[in-house]
Write a protein that binds this ligand. Structure first.
Ligand SMILES: *Cc1c(COP(=O)(O)O)cnc(C)c1O
Length: 403
């Protein structure tokens, strides 16, 4: 049995009430909640060894540097990167993607092609559009089908020797679809293109092995993985990180500076200009250790149970349409008849139930289904079937009030 009650006790926020009702938090795809061990690590940093890293000779600075670099190694080991310096700390997924897009602006030429998937988050569409405007490269899109899966036969047709980059999320935040990234990576490599995978939705739910995937770039945010906001990483294969120019100039990223010429520091510092989110990086490592102490296999099995139960109970309600029915993680995106998702979300909030409504930063998906948005319930390993029951009752109430 998955020890969910014991796990729930690790999360102080799960004990609170919202609008007088016990909180039911089903907005995990937007951000995950934070276990006490991570909160304690943040308090410990600011209480006991807050100092700037890498440059100091004094003890606090060395302690902070050691902890920060240990966190990098925790991430390297967890994701099986070949070298710790391939793990670049960033402010999160969005920044990581922009760093790669910005770097590629000096590597692409007119007529080169970039392929993205139709299931992308806006943060994985807009930087490529900006890159294409700058370089006159061409953006192509792998379409999706009604089940919310990518049409892979079209991907085969889009690939050519002009393809330089392929971008895809591992798991769609709007629908939960698990994309066939092994196939996407292998086929891109066959034409010599690099691949960046957005792992913001996969890293909370599964163990990812960068070397086994042979992926060129992989990014995520700590706050989706029980860590704090404002920190994440860009993983890049050494040869790619060496090819890309630095993203920002500043302290920490240089080796020598004169007014005539600056030489850049080696990896990872070349991409880590300025004082980073030191505490956030350390807490990110603690969050990964915490999840490993529960075990990703156990988490995945339990979350699939929640997904099946939630899907089964929702499907019993008249007028419910669920979007995204292919192989997926614990995300249920749905609408009820013609009721506006926002209205359902507002009533559920009055009942203490947090879901997300709207386009989920993925307007092209909503356009595909010709809907303004959906209600999205996304489950984490600290959610329960009882909470799903409360949600279903609340949903039934809101349907009666709104029809
Ligand atoms: C949350 C999310 C992002 C954006 O992450 P930030 O932490 O806001 O930078 C990008 N892609 C996917 C798939 C996401 O779920």
């Amino acid at each position: 049995m998955f020890p969910v009650e014991k796990i729930r006790a690790d999360f102080p926020i799960l004990q609170r009430k919202v609008n007088g009702k016990p909180l039911v938090y089903f907005d995990n795809a937007a951000t995950s909640q934070t276990p006490k061990i991570v909160i304690d690590a943040i308090v410990d940093y600011y209480s006991n060894y807050n100092a700037n890293i890498h440059r100091g000779v004094h003890s606090l600075s060395q302690e902070a540097t050691d902890k920060y670099e240990q966190a990098r190694i925790i991430l390297q080991k967890h994701f099986n990167a070949k070298y710790a310096y391939e793990m670049i700390f960033t402010s999160g997924t969005t920044q990581s993607i922009n760093m790669v897009a910005s770097g590629f602006s000096s590597l692409l030429k007119k007529g080169d092609e970039i392929i993205v998937s139709a299931l992308e988050h806006h943060s994985n569409i807009v930087p490529w559009q900006m890159l294409c405007e700058k370089t006159e490269a061409i953006l192509k899109v792998i379409p999706m089908n009604d089940e919310g899966a990518l049409v892979m036969s079209t991907y085969d047709e889009l690939l050519s020797e002009n393809t330089k980059l392929v971008f895809c999320n591992h798991i769609s935040n709007a629908l939960g679809t698990i994309n066939p990234i092994e196939e996407i990576i292998e086929k891109a490599h066959n034409v010599g293109a690099a691949v960046l995978i957005d792992g913001a939705q996969s890293t909370p739910h599964m163990k990812v092995d960068f070397q086994a995937l042979d992926v060129d770039f992989y990014v995520t945010s700590a706050h989706k993985v029980c860590g704090p906001t404002g920190v994440g990483f860009l993983y890049g294969k050494q040869e790619w990180l060496e090819k890309l120019p630095p993203y920002q100039g500043g302290g920490e990223m240089i080796e020598t500076v004169t007014f005539e010429k600056t030489t850049y520091a080696g990896l990872p510092h070349k991409f880590e200009a300025g004082t980073p989110n030191i505490c956030g990086g350390i807490a990110f490592g603690v969050a990964i250790d915490y999840l490993n102490s529960i075990g990703f296999d156990a988490i995945a099995t339990y979350e699939q149970e929640l997904l099946e139960y939630g899907t089964q109970e929702l499907s019993k309600i008249d007028g419910v349409r669920i979007y995204g029915t292919s192989n997926k993680t614990s995300v249920i995106s749905f609408n009820v008849g013609e009721i506006h998702p926002y209205d359902i979300g507002s009533i559920l909030d009055k009942l203490g139930i947090a879901v997300r409504t709207g386009h989920h930063c993925a307007q092209p998906i909503m356009d595909f289904y010709k809907i303004p948005g959906t209600v999205r319930a996304s489950f984490a390993f600290y959610n329960t079937k009882q909470e799903i029951d409360v949600f279903i009752e609340g949903l039934k109430k809101s349907i009666i009030m709104l029809s």
